[in-house]
Design a protein around this ligand. Structure first.
Ligand SMILES: Nc1ncnc2c1ncn2[C@@H]1O[C@H](COP(=O)(O)OP(=O)(O)O)[C@@H](O)[C@H]1O
Ligand SMILES: [Mg+2]
Length: 295
């Protein structure tokens, strides 16, 4: 095994004003051309993201990092995300970096481990699960009201905090009002959570065409994420060996397996809301605002 990639020194130095002298720097993830570290200091902790300068798509990833910073600024100005979430951003000799405030939470898959098993069938788990879905939906409702779609709603981009609230992270691919001219074209995010209409658009347009994600596509992805993390199975089934475009062709059909057949224990209102999110026609899905009252 090689050495863990070092965090961009320029960023860590600049962030010291915010965090204090770092006491720990931990690599969190290293995938698809971008890396993230936790920088812990005596005053604060931040999540630092930077493009991987050695990846084959280094240029795009650096552009995405700059784009996420632009998104965070615009979403903050729109009152959609808290003004203290974005900490700082800049360049380093390998490209771009971005720092956001640390959210003390666990990714959705891990948070739902108990709910996924038979022992989740207890009175206290139902309101806890509904609370995660509700706070997640409230956040999406705020974005949607401001004319944005998150466009990468998926289990790893949702952290569940100790009070049972969902926090949304990773705004790199978000689609906002009037951003078509200056952005990295959006071509979907994680395959498993891609909405059928997005899959259709990807399959029927050239690779450099920007596909503006719509709020209804976030709702589909929310439904897939909850279905997946609660049941342990994804609602659209395909052979994992298929390539991305073949998987998207299956997704584009809009067919999902019935939640009732795979859920670990009954929770009728929750099942009904998830199933509504998975309506193949985006016009038939509830809005985030409507969903907020449904969980
Ligand atoms: N604000 C944050 N608080 C805590 N952890 C975070 C935060 N932002 C990112 N992370 C962690 O870093 C990982 C990568 O960050 P993310 O923004 O999702 O970038 P990408 O998926 O593009 O690599 C996340 O899956 C999460 O584990
Ligand atoms: Mg992510």
């Amino acid at each position: 095994m090689g050495k863990a990639p070092a965090s961009p020194g320029e960023a860590v130095t600049l962030l010291t004003g915010h965090t204090g002298e770092p006491t720990a720097i931990q690599l969190l993830s290293d995938r698809r051309g971008s890396r993230a570290w936790k920088i812990q200091g005596p005053k604060a902790a931040v999540a630092l993201k930077a493009n991987n300068p050695d990846g084959d798509n280094a240029r795009d990833k650096a552009d995405e990092m700059a784009q996420e910073d632009d998104h965070l600024r615009r979403l903050t100005a729109a009152g959609t995300i808290s003004p203290d979430y974005r900490v700082s951003a800049g360049t380093w000799d390998g490209g771009r970096w971005l720092a956001v405030n640390w959210i003390d939470g666990v990714p959705l898959w891990r948070a739902l481990a108990l709910a996924r098993g038979p022992e989740g069938d207890r009175a206290s788990v139902r309101p806890w699960l509904a609370g995660i879905a509700r706070t997640w939906t409230q956040h999406l409702a705020l974005m949607h009201a401001a004319g944005w779609a998150h466009a990468d709603v998926q289990p790893t981009n949702t952290l569940v905090t100790g009070d049972g609230h969902a926090a949304v992270i990773d705004y790199a691919l978000a689609c906002g009002p009037d951003d078509g001219h200056r952005r990295v074209p959006y071509r979907g995010a994680l395959t498993h959570t891609t909405a059928p209409e997005t899959a259709t658009a990807i399959l029927s347009t050239p690779a450099d065409t920007h596909i503006p994600a719509q709020p209804a596509a976030d709702i589909w992805s929310l439904g897939v994420s909850l279905f997946w993390c609660w049941t342990g199975q994804r609602p659209v089934t395909y052979d994992d060996d298929l390539d991305r475009l073949e998987k998207l062709a299956v997704i584009a059909q809009g067919t999902t397996i019935p939640l009732r057949d795979v859920r670990p224990w009954p929770f009728p209102e929750f099942e009904e809301a998830i199933t509504a999110c998975l309506a193949p026609d985006p016009a038939d899905r509830p809005t985030a605002k409507e969903l907020t009252a449904a969980w």
